[in-house]
Design a protein. Structure first.
Length: 213
């Protein structure tokens, strides 16, 4: 397989910790010739606290575990019905800076939502993607050895109430939304292929291979 090829893995519903460990191992052991990978996953309910995370933003987690993460940013929530996309990309090989990769992720989501007439935008003061000033997608990255890991989380058709137990991304009163609020028949299977298509377009349509594992 050419090192220019991107391997796209659909991992389904998974607990957070094993996927995080696998992502770290992949990043630590990859070489200059390792092809990039995109991992698509839903997580069991979990709050993840970013590197900059402050305990006061975790208001009342209840029975949902809080896990420390080494991604950028503050606390967020992952759960079923949310499409998480991990971008394991060699930035130098793709000729991308970190800010450019953030823009790629934001534009991927904006273009995906536009397919269904949902007008979304990015904000310079608060990374992520927003619809009507409500957050629909959270971003968080880490760079190691010139390679990215972690990525984005797009709310599609999920229970949003756990977000009320935190200050999402460190912003008190930040309102969250999801695709289903604007498109009642939204589901993961409808949105996922369009999201991938727009990501590949942002990356100049590299060769790619899909796998279920």
């Amino acid at each position: 397989m050419s090192q220019d090829t991107i391997l796209i893995r659909n991992l389904g519903l998974q607990p957070y910790d094993p996927v995080s460990e696998a992502m770290h191992e992949f990043t630590e052991t990859r070489t200059e010739s390792t092809p990039d990978e995109i991992w698509l996953v839903e997580h069991n309910p979990v709050f993840t606290q970013g590197q900059a995370g402050k305990a006061e933003h975790v208001l009342s987690p209840g029975d949902i575990p809080v896990i420390q993460s080494d991604r950028g940013g503050q606390v967020t929530y992952h759960g079923p019905g949310q499409q998480v996309m991990y971008l394991l990309i060699n930035l130098k090989r793709r000729k991308l800076g970190v800010r450019e990769l953030v823009t790629v992720m934001e534009q991927t989501v904006i273009d995906t939502l536009a397919e269904w007439g949902i007008e979304a935008r990015a904000r310079a003061d608060a990374p992520g993607v927003y619809v009507q000033d409500k957050k629909i997608c959270s971003l968080g990255l880490r760079i190691r050895k010139g390679c990215s890991f972690h990525g984005l989380a797009l709310n599609i058709a999920m229970d949003l109430t756990p977000f009320l137990r935190i200050n999402p991304c460190g912003y008190a009163g930040m309102e969250m939304t999801q695709v289903k609020h604007f498109m009642p028949d939204a589901n993961m299977d409808k949105i996922r292929p369009v999201l991938i298509s727009h990501l590949l377009a942002q990356l100049n349509n590299p060769p790619h291979i899909y796998t279920a594992t």
